[in-house]
Design a binder for this molecule. Structure first.
Ligand code: BEZ
Length: 250
């Protein structure tokens, strides 16, 4: 199922700033050193890429969204429009870094192979992505509301949320040595309501409907989620689970 997700940097900044704000642990795991050449895989709007640059790294961001590549360039960071499943770099990076992007990539072995090719010997692949069970409450409500409309909701699911065993097996099969890997539940307070999150991240589901039915679909999903994800003050929390890992090419 190809994703029909469209990234709008302004909406992303409004509804998804937490994605880069909560990126500190994976940057810490990367432990970037000044002068290192680093590829930011799925750089989004470039906010974390710019942070790596401020830390003295020679960094390039790649993303599959033209709008996000342009947003990254506006921060003064080199960025390229690249399909992560066909990276095309050759032994030129000390590290490949990725935050909140790999779960959008449905052919993980192609991605891992491209990362392997992009790294120098001894280079590291350090990333955080949605892990097994991520947003399962939200996903269930999205699928159920499509099924009720006679549409196969499961087929609209754009995400790959692997287990520790799945992703580490893929990395080691390609030759990586695992330094660490863990599944980390991280309930995530949202800046807006569930509908704002759905509009930002769950377009693949609503895209199966005619445009004039999408608002009602999202409202129905939000009401299904309210008892589970919204507190008495009206604050929404998404049931995120992260998969965070560090692996080395050695
Ligand atoms: C995540 O960053 O974990 C995520 C993003 C979009 C949808 C689901 C999960």
């Amino acid at each position: 199922m190809p994703t029909t997700q469209i990234w709008d940097p302004e909406r992303y900044a409004r509804n998804a700033r937490f994605v880069s704000d909560l990126g500190a642990p994976v940057v810490e795991l990367l432990a970037p050193r000044a002068g290192e050449r680093i590829l930011d895989l799925g750089c989004g709007d470039g906010v974390l890429t710019a942070k790596l640059s401020e830390m003295g790294c020679d960094v390039i961001g790649v993303d599959a969204s033209v709008a996000q590549v342009e947003a990254t360039k506006r921060l003064g960071i080199e960025a390229r429009l690249v399909d992560a499943e066909h990276l095309g770099f050759n032994a030129e990076f000390d590290a490949v870094f990725s935050n909140a992007a790999l779960h959008w990539m449905r052919h993980p072995d192609e991605v891992i192979d491209g990362v392997w090719q992009a790294l120098r010997d001894g280079g590291r692949f350090v990333a955080e992505m949605g892990g097994y069970g991520c947003v399962q409450t939200i996903k269930h409500a999205l699928i159920q509301a499509l099924n009720r409309r006679g549409i196969d909701g499961q087929a609209a699911d754009p995400w790959y949320f692997p287990t520790v065993e799945d992703y580490s097996a893929r990395l080691t099969a390609r030759g990586f040595s695992m330094n660490s890997i863990a599944l980390i539940p991280r309930p995530t307070p949202l800046p807006g309501d569930a509908t704002a999150w759905l509009e930002t991240f769950a377009q693949s589901f609503s895209a199966t409907l005619p445009p004039n039915e999408r608002a009602a679909y999202q409202a129905e999903v939000q009401e299904a989620l309210r008892p589970k994800l919204c507190d008495s003050q009206g604050k929404w929390t998404a049931d995120y689970v992260r998969l965070r890992f560090s692996a080395s090419k050695k």
